[in-house]
Design a binder for this molecule. Structure first.
Ligand code: RFL
Length: 391
């Protein structure tokens, strides 16, 4: 069996690549290890940034895959209980960010791709990549009923996240990893409880906390905690007490908790994002600490560049964009890493629960103060939030 592109993974990166290739008239097959139900339930990101909304719009897909809830562009930064509103509206023309939980985006991209006759194979086990530096790589996998299959292709899109097989198929030494551990843990809780008026990030002496909308009656919360803490140490009462204290809102309405996890804030970049005819897209190439909401949005950026590069190569025999893919992606990756790192430092140090000391606390408070009072600083922040900072 042969096709032009084999896409490994049906998350936001893989399903965006698949739809954009389909719209470009380029054949592809998507292989996903999990079931369709499993992938459709995975809840993570919640906001598609302005740049990514305009990207989907340019492909005629925005209304089909993003749903209709515009994000008002306001964020609340609450410092010791005192609210400050910052905006991600940068004054430019065109559609703006949307509230669109990650699993909704993936469900809609999947439905759109299948409705147009796309080839998507769930429960593909033991996927392996071969001849990546040759003219025609092959991809082997096992179907749910145990049959071995081989696909021959021109390009492989490695969209299988941080724990996938794409990156680990690259020989040691061909990619350089740049990793950073922030030394911070976040307890993340999903609950059937009223969302805040605006996405809310709170600094307090007890540590950082956040409250984000995820649906009409669904919220995601984050609480800074030691990175090696265990979710069992956080029974419901402790979660709600900590949120009320850190958000400075004794009347915060609680609700049934449907998910509770602890993860370590870390950042990782692999350079280059390419090996032969394998192109890494999204989390397979980079992880951004969640502060700033850039991880999924970067995956969408890579997907757009990759699909356009393949389109140029297939239709116009022009490989320029394929050759510059990694370099162009990495420019934005490092830009977003910097934004996320800056915000992570500022919002944790300002509360000083990390023990980073009074001097860093003073610096972090000065950065916040500048953001709230200096129009140039506020403008730079809103540009970074929209993702439109490169013009
Ligand atoms: P995904 O979403 O991990 O999808 C990878 C897909 O590949 C499949 N797969 C395989 N398929 C075949 N064979 C194999 N061997 C395979 N191995 C894996 C997997 O089953 C899956 O379907 O990667 P992708 O597409 O690159 O998308 C990246 C985003 O998921 C990620 O960046 C975001 O979720 C990060 N993130 C956030 N990003 C934002 O932009 N805004 C946010 O608010 C935000 N919040 C978050 C987040 C990540 C979180 N986690 C994971 C810690 C909140 C959390 C809690």
């Amino acid at each position: 069996e042969s096709t032009t592109v084999v896409v490994i993974g049906a998350g936001p990166a893989g399903m965006t690549v698949a739809n954009l290739l389909q719209r470009s008239g380029v054949d592809c097959v998507v292989l996903e290890r999990r079931t369709r139900e499993y992938v459709a339930q995975r809840q993570r990101a919640g906001i598609v940034e302005t740049r990514a909304v305009r990207m989907f719009d340019s492909w005629g897909l925005a209304d089909r895959v993003l749903g209709g809830v515009p994000h008002q562009g306001i964020l609340e930064l609450r410092v010791d209980g005192e609210p400050h509103l910052v905006s991600d509206y940068d004054g430019s023309e065109g559609p703006t960010a949307r509230l669109c939980p990650q699993q909704m985006l993936v469900q809609k991209l999947t439905a759109e791709y299948l409705a147009n006759g796309g080839d998507l194979r769930f429960e593909a086990a033991d996927v392996s990549l071969h001849d990546l530096t040759g003219e025609h790589p092959t991809v082997r996998y096992r179907t749910a009923d145990g049959h071995l299959r081989t696909l021959t292709c021109d390009f492989v899109a490695g969209c299988d996240g941080d724990h996938g097989i794409s990156r680990t198929s690259v020989p040691d030494g061909a990619l350089t990893p740049y990793a950073f551990d922030h030394g911070i843990g976040w307890l993340t809780v999903l609950a059937d409880a009223p969302p805040p008026a605006h996405p809310l990030l709170a600094v307090s002496p007890q540590g950082f906390a956040a409250h984000f909308p995820r649906g009409p009656y669904t919220s995601r919360y984050y609480l800074q905690c030691p990175p090696d803490d265990h979710p069992d140490a956080w029974p419901d009462d402790r979660v709600w007490d900590a949120l009320r204290t850190r958000l400075g809102d004794p009347a915060l309405v609680s609700g049934p908790i449907t998910d509770r996890e602890i993860f370590r804030l870390r950042s990782l970049v692999h350079d280059p994002m390419q090996y032969g005819r394998l192109f890494l897209v999204g989390d397979a190439a980079h992880i951004v600490s969640p502060m700033g909401g850039k991880g999924m949005n970067l995956a969408l950026y890579d997907a757009d560049l990759f699909a356009r590069a393949v389109r140029d190569s297939v239709h116009d025999h022009d490989d320029t964009a394929l050759h510059t893919y990694s370099e162009r992606c990495l420019r934005r990756v490092w830009n977003d890493q910097e934004f996320s790192h800056w915000m992570t430092g500022m919002l944790h140090d300002a509360g000083d629960a990390t023990g980073s000391g009074p001097f860093r606390r003073g610096l972090a408070r000065a950065r916040l103060d500048r953001l709230f009072t200096a129009p140039g600083a506020a403008r730079a922040f809103s540009e970074l939030m929209t993702g439109l900072e490169f013009g």
